[in-house]
Design a protein around this ligand. Structure first.
Ligand SMILES: [Zn+2]
Length: 312
């Protein structure tokens, strides 16, 4: 049996697919495997999928453990899912850490997927070398994560980073998935931008990329809704920068794929909010893409392994 020195398995459990990768001590991805997430089949099926993927990528190696980034609110100490989207049926309440540890015989850590993404970018991606990082993920939802000295700020109730659920002026009166109204996610997430476009044009779209194509073909409404979504996000992130004063801000997620029509108004609205001393802050695109969550999840177990050795 070969021993890839200091490697760990990173797993990213998303609403549609689950990916596992063997990650080396420098954050490099050695090999990966992917399957559709059997979300509607419940926790047993999801965990069985994770186990297959872990075995596939760890075959013949001795990983230090398994780090998991999952959709939902996760108790990062116990690894129990506190709440989750209905796409993952009965996922809330699942003791993921305990069950995967029993199944694999390895140490397991579990965090929310945006936190895993942030750890990956802070370790080996767009924010490598920065002391503090604010990661923003904007896709189906709007999430954030604050990493300082390589450690995620989870908050007292594991809810830190829910940027999508702060009030946003542009979202006033619009219902949010959380049940309240006027939250950022109701105007800045991908589905919200699509809904706004449908309201304005009567054309149903399911993907922000369709709106980008319409904008490229000269649609002022299409360019307009991309800019509005970008500005709403940027204003909120600017406020968050004033609160946290990170060294660098990394923005990732599917909506960033909309390109300059979205990015330029986003960054402009962000900088409009900044206090003078933070005016030069670096705001950059995610570098590792979906690999960031895999690297970040693996980093969690490598860190835990190192700390345990230091104590002994
Ligand atoms: Zn909300």
């Amino acid at each position: 049996m070969s021993d890839v020195v200091g490697c760990a398995v990173g797993v990213d459990i998303g609403g549609t697919k689950t990916v596992a990768a063997l990650v080396d001590a420098g954050g490099g991805i050695i090999g990966r495997a992917v399957e559709a997430t059997p979300g509607s089949d419940g926790p047993d099926a999801i965990l069985a999928t994770v186990l297959r993927l872990v075995r596939a990528v760890a075959d013949g190696t001795r990983p230090r453990g398994v780090g998991v980034g999952s959709a939902g609110v996760i108790d990062h100490r116990s690894g129990v899912v506190l709440s989750a989207t209905s796409v993952l049926r009965d996922w809330a309440g699942t003791p993921v850490r305990e069950r995967l540890s029993d199944m694999t015989g390895l140490p397991v850590r579990v965090v929310n997927d945006v936190h895993a993404h942030a750890l990956g970018e802070a370790w080996a991606g767009a924010a490598a070398g920065a002391e503090s990082v604010l990661m923003i993920a904007v896709g189906t939802g709007v999430g954030a994560s604050f990493v300082r000295s390589g450690e995620v700020w989870f908050g007292a109730h594991d809810v830190a980073g829910h940027l999508g659920h702060i009030p946003a002026a542009a979202a006033e009166g619009r219902p949010c998935v959380c049940g309240r109204t006027g939250h950022l996610e109701a105007v800045a997430a991908g589905p919200a931008i699509c809904a706004l476009y449908a309201e304005r044009t009567g054309r149903t779209v399911t993907d922000v990329q369709e709106i980008v194509r319409c904008a490229a073909a000269g649609s002022a409404e299409a360019a307009g809704v991309l800019a509005e979504g970008g500005r709403a996000l940027g204003a909120a992130v600017g406020g968050a920068i004033n609160l946290l004063d990170p060294e660098v801000v990394v923005v990732g997620g599917g909506v960033v794929g909309a390109g300059e029509l979205w990015w330029a108004p986003m960054e402009s609205a962000l900088r409009d909010q900044l206090l003078p001393t933070t005016a030069g802050i670096r705001v950059v695109r995610s570098k590792l893409g979906s690999d960031a969550a895999l690297a970040g999840a693996a980093r969690l177990v490598l860190d835990a392994d190192r700390k345990m050795k230091e104590r002994h």
